[in-house]
Design a binder for this molecule. Structure first.
Ligand SMILES: [Mg+2]
Length: 252
């Protein structure tokens, strides 16, 4: 029996990116996601071909930091399960919440809600509002994680991170890639959601399972898969690039 491979994929900076990160003007027909601030995301031609290939030949499952609301602004026709809010939410094929998984999230949120609100207050008090955007990501009206982005220089986000790292201590896990800074409860992760879905839907050890992602914080969920796919030029590729490469000389 042939079984469709399962491909778990990150979205932003893996399947598509904002126009500002592209080397050529985006093709408006390849819009991938609308943004409330006007910074829409697009696929390049190769990403579009890759998406179409994976979408017809595999069970393609997005695994994203985006909340369910932000995921809805993505216009790509995902039709399988979806993992949102860094693993806090699993949506089933019909778009409804996996209730068993969300019961787990509900308990984690209850334990961390006061702390998430307190760190938001710290930033509100100390930061100049014009320099950053920061918010708590909610699912089903429950606080899940805390998110900060700089409106200008990423160096400014570095300063916020040192301040917040001290306040947060080991109570939350820090995600940082470029202009994205987030603090997550340890128990919420893309990996835990991917492992749960593999248990639910893989059915056989013979089914190919791939994980794709650009960020170092994607690696744990990718490691739960058999193959790990990393975009060239991504944060993870850049980290690998510091390793000595065998065979690089002979390629010249
Ligand atoms: Mg990404």
């Amino acid at each position: 029996m042939t079984m469709s491979p399962i491909v778990f994929t990150d979205l932003d900076d893996t399947l598509f990116q904002t126009a500002g990160k592209m080397s050529v003007d985006p093709n408006p027909q390849l819009i991938a996601s609308h943004a409330t601030n006007g910074k829409h995301s697009y696929m390049n031609e190769a990403q579009s071909a890759m998406f179409n290939w994976l979408n017809v030949t595999t069970r393609l499952i997005p695994v994203t930091a985006r909340s369910t609301d932000a995921l809805e602004r993505c216009v790509l026709p995902f039709s399988d399960y979806k993992i949102a809010s860094n693993g806090a939410v699993i949506l089933r094929e019909d778009g409804t919440l996996d209730p068993e998984w969300f019961d787990r999230t509900r308990k984690i949120s209850a334990a961390k809600s006061e702390f998430l609100e307190s760190i938001q207050n710290v930033v509100t008090e100390r930061a100049q509002a014009s320099q950053l955007r920061h918010w708590i990501v909610y699912e089903q009206q429950l606080p899940i994680y805390y998110c900060v982005k700089s409106n200008g220089d990423e160096v400014w986000l570095d300063e916020q991170q040192s301040l917040l790292d001290e306040v947060v201590g080991d109570q939350l896990f820090c995600h940082r890639n470029g202009n994205n800074l987030a603090y997550m409860p340890h128990e919420i992760s893309k990996r835990s959601a991917v492992e749960y879905l593999i248990q639910e839907i893989a059915e056989s050890d013979r089914r190919p399972i791939w994980g794709m992602g650009d960020s170092l914080t994607d690696l744990p969920f990718m490691e739960a898969c058999q193959m790990m796919v990393v975009p060239s030029g991504s944060q993870t590729h850049n980290a690998l690039d510091t390793l000595p490469k065998r065979g690089a000389d002979s390629a010249r």
